[in-house]
Design a protein around this ligand. Structure first.
Ligand SMILES: [Zn+2]
Length: 267
């Protein structure tokens, strides 16, 4: 069956980082607090026929405003893989938090793929509360509304096969309309979890990340990741620096910038 599916090369591109402590990453804190930095990624799935970019990263301006360490522009990082953002036709947005959508305007030819509840959430009644609104940049949200009027946002209400070998799975939880992405690669289906689990440890210990819309959905979403992946080694968290050490760089020049997710991890 799966042998007829296209095989995608799959990459994680690291574009930013920040210093942080363990207690910031787990609801209820952590009994052994200490440093636990956080990385910021976008992902690219490339077959002979098609390229899908997963998330768009934030801009230098947003990095400065939010005091994140901006390592490189996500659009420049894509270019290192031979991807010209101006020609990309499909961008999957896992959700609309600032660190996943900020460069939407750099993809002038793209259709965007998003779960509809995320659009409702980002434009709806909860955005009056800073606790939830803090994760969004109003200009990003307004930009997505404009793109929708331009016929460039595809809104889903449930799981979807976007293309053979590319599947969308809504979970909610961390954000109302969060989704993860399954990509068919040469090692089988790899699950790009995005913020369904920020770190390996959130899922492994059953302790969700501190930015939460619905904690119950976050816990169920861990189960969905496991159910959707051939093994736990096929699940790639959204913000974990360990991704850069467990997976290899495609070439020596791309060390510490890009890793391949379509090969077995070291742990
Ligand atoms: Zn998020």
């Amino acid at each position: 069956m799966t042998s007829s599916l296209p095989v995608y090369e799959l990459f994680a591109l690291r574009y930013a980082t920040r210093e942080a402590n363990r207690s910031e990453h787990f609801i209820g804190g952590d009994p052994h607090d200490g440093p636990m930095p956080m990385d910021y990624f976008l992902w690219a799935a490339i077959s002979a026929e098609r390229t899908f970019v997963i998330d768009a990263g934030f801009t230098a301006e947003t990095a400065a405003k939010r005091k994140r360490t901006f390592l490189r522009c996500p659009i420049d990082a894509l270019r290192l893989l031979g991807i010209d953002a101006e020609r990309v036709k499909d961008v999957i947005l896992t959700h609309l938090h600032y660190d996943h959508v900020g460069n939407f305007h750099r993809f002038p030819a793209a259709q965007f793929h998003l779960q509809e509840p995320e659009m409702h959430f980002a434009t709806g009644r909860y955005m009056r509360y800073p606790r939830l609104a803090h994760s969004f940049e109003p200009e990003d949200v307004v930009g997505m509304v404009r793109l929708n009027f331009a016929g460039r946002v595809n809104l889903y209400n449930g799981p979807a096969e976007l293309a053979p070998g590319i599947a969308l799975h809504p979970t909610g939880g961390h954000s109302k309309g969060l989704q993860f992405v399954r990509v068919h690669t040469r090692r089988g289906w790899v699950v790009v979890a995005s913020d369904v689990t920020h770190f390996y440890e959130n899922m492994a210990s059953g302790r969700p990340f501190t930015t939460a819309f619905h904690v119950g959905e976050m816990l169920e979403a861990f189960d969905m990741l496991v159910a959707s992946a051939p093994t736990r080694k096929h699940i790639v968290p959204g913000h974990d620096p360990l991704v850069m050490t467990r997976y290899p760089a495609p070439t020596p020049e791309l060390q510490d910038i890009v890793v391949r997710l379509d090969v077995e991890p070291s742990a």
